[in-house]
Write a protein that binds this ligand. Sequence first.
Ligand code: GLY
Length: 373
Amino acid sequence: MESKQVDVAIVGGGIIGSSIAYYLAKEKKKVAILEAQQIGRKSTSAAAGMLGAHSEYKEFQHLYPFARSSQLLYKELYEEIKELTNIDFEKKNGGLLKLAYSEKEKQELESILSLASVEWLDCKEVREKVPQLAVDIVGAAYLKEDVHITPLVACNGLSKGAQLYGAEIYEYTRVLRVEKTGIEYLVKTSQGTFIAKNVVIASGVWSNYFFQQLGLSHEIIPVKGECVAAINEGTPLHYSIFHDQFYIVPRNNNELIIGATKKWNDWSEEPTLDGLEEVIQKAKRMVPEIGKMKWKRAWAGLRPQSYDGYPFIGEHPELKGIYFATGHQRNGILLAPATGKMIRDFIIGSPVEKEWLDAFKVDRNMFAYGGGK
Ligand code: GLY
């Protein structure tokens, strides 16, 4: 292939790269997504798809407002992408029940319970909604807004939407190097060279290679999550059930997604029997009848985590036009729209919320925020 000129080369075609491509292509930027494998088939497809702004982020000063803004952006994106591409994100509206097994766990939910959209349900009330729930719970915080979608479908919707606005998608295209040439960059790939004014690294845990290659010592740690899917042939479940880091998420087709372990610095992409046993035990504690359901499949994905738990969304401290959008940990799906918009705003020169700019910038003081989870 002869070298190809674009405004923005996006390295990585997961949901973060696809969202960035969508928002930029909509602004008439000439965009190329360079994906080493197939769109959305790595960490994106491993995710359960909970848009858990409330269930995940109560303790983060900067991340909750960012997550909430992204959750709200999804409301317009579902409609927009459906209209444009005919792809439906398979949004399921039940919301999420965050269980408490003791008074102490109920107290730990207090900060979420102070939010207007969140309601406390005692054991009887919550079992009226989900009769399959264990009888020994004290109750649950009902997070109505924490709905869920199917991540791979949403990613395909965003990349297809980007394509319809003129973006080009190159699958099986591995980026080998990014080199500065004058005011532009040469992006050398397994399928030829792209010349780009801007390059966005959105490769999840695989962004480490580019931090190093572009002269930075930043590190993304993989946090492996293992999941199993079961077929629910009994009473349908209409809510996601959540306790601690574990969850049961009902998909539209009777599938229950049961997850997930959190294995720090584990690069293997296959689930282990120990990992699956752990998630199944946790799920059975929430919904005992799960043990009787038919097994469907099991998988693992690598969540990208920075040292302080905040994502990197910002420009390289020295190389103008190089951006990073990685480190979204458990919430790449939730944070994709707000991340896409933020990178778009950097590139088109629109203002970006100062608080988020400082909290997520690449050259921040990693000890200042101390989010980490
Ligand atoms: N967002 C859920 C997980 O990462 O397991």
